[in-house]
Design a protein around this ligand. Structure first.
Ligand code: L34
Length: 282
């Protein structure tokens, strides 16, 4: 049986490290604050945003939540971001995705100043990640890297396979693994013979958004398997992109859902908010 990587535990440890730094900064008069904007009433987004708020409390980070109705106009959202961009008690701004269809996501992401873009979604920050000269890392891929570190496995020289090519997870994930000298392959819906590719992986990251997509016969014996999925199974129960009950018998280490990558995404957001506050001070 695989080692089950405890994302909650790692997340708690990181949040405590962040808290200590936040307290020290506050004693020096430096403000650490996060503004979270949520538009509409998607129940999953609501849960994630609530978890972010709780994490801010645990880290003693000042937080503000803006819960806007689904029919909010794009211009109104952009105006709010503009105000937050200019405030010196707000170090980080996060607009929870997805946004309602009438709002242009790209425009919204581009309107957050890169210095406060704690998601690292702004093209400036995305570009910096590409060349390895970054201030923030996107929260989910950064959290995945922390969980891999937790297993003690050396990434350098290993076959790393990422399933999924989103701008938020798959693409930056591949880049972070590459920075650690992994040999990286990105798979997606057009990949031929997916199983043949995933079976080569020493480190397999699943970010496809399909419940229990990764089966035991797609995984190499002893692989480290990281599950980024936040899906619902046929009974409406929360599950990941990996068929945990099968794959746990093949992998050497695996993350659960819930309690794996999710809490890490939030811990990394706390760390990015702290980083942003430090940068603003300098
Ligand atoms: N702007 N939008 C922006 N930034 C992000 O970093 C996100 N993401 C993703 C969706 N949209 C975003 C998140 O916050 C996914 N995500 C996220 C955050 C937290 C959790 C899951 C996804 C989380 O807390 N997961 C818990 C279980 C939650 C539950 O019970 O439903 C876990 O243990 O995995």
């Amino acid at each position: 049986m695989a080692m089950i990587i405890d994302g909650k535990k790692v997340s708690a440890r990181i949040k405590e490290e962040v808290r200590q730094e936040v307290v020290a900064l506050k004693e020096k008069g430096v403000k650490v604050g996060l503004a979270v904007i949520i538009v509409g009433d998607d129940p999953a987004s609501r849960v994630y945003v609530n978890n972010k708020k709780k994490a801010c409390e645990a880290c003693e980070i000042y937080s503000e939540e803006y819960a806007l109705p689904a029919q909010t106009e794009e211009a109104e959202l952009l105006e709010l971001i503009d105000t937050l961009n200019k405030r010196n008690d707000i170090s980080g701004i996060l607009v929870q995705l997805p946004l309602p269809k009438h709002i242009d996501e790209k425009k919204v992401i581009n309107s957050i100043i890169p210095e406060k873009d704690v998601d690292a979604f702004h093209p400036v920050n995305v570009g910096k990640i590409m060349i390895g000269d970054f201030d923030f890392l996107p929260c989910t891929p950064a959290g995945v890297m922390e969980l891999i570190k937790e297993t003690g496995i050396e990434i350098s020289g290993k076959e790393c396979v990422v399933i999924g090519r989103s701008n938020i997870v798959g693409k930056p994930q591949a880049m972070l693994l590459l920075h650690q000298n992994g040999t990286v392959t990105i798979c997606h819906s057009r990949t031929k013979d997916l199983k043949e590719v995933t079976k080569r992986a020493d480190i397999l990251v699943a970010a496809v958004g399909i419940p229990k997509f990764v089966k035991a016969d797609m995984v190499k014996e002893g692989a480290v398997v990281i599950d980024v999925g936040m899906d619902r199974d046929e009974n409406g129960k929360l599950c990941g992109d990996v068929d945990f009950d099968e794959v746990v018998n093949v992998a050497s280490a695996i993350t659960p859902v819930p309690g794996g990558v999710g809490p890490m995404t939030i811990a990394m957001l706390m760390r990015n908010t702290l980083t942003a506050a430090k940068k603003m001070e300098n």
